[in-house]
Design a protein around this ligand. Structure first.
Ligand SMILES: NC(=O)c1ccc[n+]([C@@H]2O[C@H](COP(=O)([O-])OP(=O)(O)OC[C@H]3O[C@@H](n4cnc5c(N)ncnc54)[C@H](O)[C@@H]3O)[C@@H](O)[C@H]2O)c1
Ligand SMILES: [Fe+2]
Length: 391
């Protein structure tokens, strides 16, 4: 056991990060460093009711910043949330965004800062082809991110995932400048996250590292980050779940979450391709959905990832290194964290299978799955995950 206070440092990669317990005290100075005088703090209603948001607003006000609060952000944030946020940004004459919360609030805040001063609709910047080049980069407002979950890594990522209510598709909005200019990663802000959400968000971080590592393509920087991220999650997520007040465990998980989003610049895969439509149609929690899909997708990809799994299992110290050792570990880990084994247990049914398969094949994460995705096998994969049938 170390001391959480030692886990304090400043990083300049992948962006400027002030990491460690108590770092939230730097919020006003951080806003000023990005040129903000009138930040809009974007969060969700659950967090807005907690003391940490009142305290953050007070810190800013005491420093003379013209801060205001916008908290109309739901889990799996919607286009309507983004549009309401843009209206608040304009009405308040704001000059930057403090995106404060879990992935939902971070994604909404980043998207609001990106799109508020563009002439196009947010959905036109979906991560396809070179859509991002349609944006005026100079018009993107500065973003300071403060994560309160350790999972999505959105604080160190370049996308926002927004549900378009018009076609019920979760759209990945991308621009390189959506990467926040400054991140304050203070693990003390995450200690109040309930155990179930700690487990689900932690599994999202694991899914990011795992899918990034398995994605084809020459990107050894990302692969190195991904495998060490998985080691941290293996060693620290159970403690963060079962002993939520342990700031050291929370700190390692917060670091691992950022490692996941840094690594997935390389690409994601079928866990996310399937989890996006399921989340869009059933409003399930993203990390929890990924956690359910994980062993089925591993099995599906087995032929393409065997050698990589051997190296990974060795790094993680899993008995006889190989694919079976890693799959077994995932199954035991999920059980230890209380993650259900089938989609049926999280409220998904077979009534929308056709839509889910079609949406998964079209998801921007599909092309980087190690085994090319085709309709019939993906349907079987979904049906297996629904029924809890692991071949
Ligand atoms: N941008 C990306 O790269 C990326 C990656 C993966 C997922 N996502 C998206 O992120 C969203 C999921 O984010 P999430 O898993 O962080 O959950 P979330 O942001 O939806 O938050 C879940 C719940 O936890 C509460 N909460 C958050 N922090 C808390 C704290 N410290 N104490 C007490 N309660 C707290 C929130 O109020 C909310 O009710 C999804 O919309 C998903 O699509 C984005
Ligand atoms: Fe994810």
């Amino acid at each position: 056991m170390g001391d959480a206070a030692d886990l304090k440092s400043n990083w300049n990669f992948p962006t400027q990060v002030l990491f460690g317990p108590g770092r939230i005290a730097s919020l006003p100075a951080g806003c000023r460093s990005l040129g903000m005088a009138r930040p809009l703090l974007v969060t969700d209603p659950g967090l807005a009711a907690l003391p940490m948001i009142a305290e953050a607003l007070e810190l800013c006000r005491a420093d003379g910043l013209g801060v205001a609060l916008f908290s109309e952000v739901k889990g799996n944030p919607t286009g309507a949330n983004v549009e309401a946020g843009i209206a608040a940004f304009k009405a308040g004459g704001h000059d930057g965004v403090i995106a404060f919360g879990g992935g939902s609030a971070l994604d909404a805040g980043k998207t609001i800062a990106f799109v508020a001063r563009q002439s196009r609709h947010w959905s036109e910047f979906e991560d396809r082809g070179t859509n991002w080049k349609l944006a005026d980069p100079e018009a993107i407002a500065p973003i300071l991110a403060v994560p309160t979950t350790a999972g999505t890594g959105s604080e160190t990522g370049r996308v926002g995932v927004i549900l378009d209510e018009r076609d019920h598709i979760k759209k990945i909005v991308f621009h390189p400048k959506m990467l926040p200019g400054l991140v304050i990663s203070d693990p003390e802000l995450t200690v109040g996250l309930p155990a179930k959400l700690t487990a689900a968000t932690g599994m999202d971080a694991l899914a990011h590292c795992l899918e990034a590592y398995c994605a084809p393509g020459f990107q050894p920087l990302c692969e190195g980050i991904a495998v060490e991220g998985m080691r941290l999650i293996k060693d620290w997520l159970p403690r963060a779940v079962h002993e939520g007040q342990d700031v050291e465990a929370r700190a390692y998980m917060l670091a691992a979450a950022s490692m996941g989003s840094t690594a997935f610049q390389k690409g994601l895969g079928a866990i996310h391709s399937l989890s996006h439509p399921v989340g869009a149609l059933y409003d399930t929690h993203h990390g929890l959905t990924n956690a359910v899909f994980m062993p089925y997708v591993l099995q599906f990809n087995r032929t393409a990832i065997e050698a990589k799994m051997q190296r990974l299992a060795a790094w993680l110290g899993l008995g006889t290194p190989g694919f079976p050792a890693f799959l077994d570990w995932v199954l035991r880990f999920r059980e230890e964290l209380g993650i259900p084994h089938s989609l049926a247990e999280i409220g998904v049914d077979d009534s929308r299978t056709d839509e889910i398969v079609a949406m998964a094949l079209d998801d921007p994460t599909a092309p980087t799955n190690p085994v090319p995705l085709e309709a019939a096998p993906v349907r079987r994969l979904f049906e297996d995950a629904l029924a809890g049938r692991l071949a």
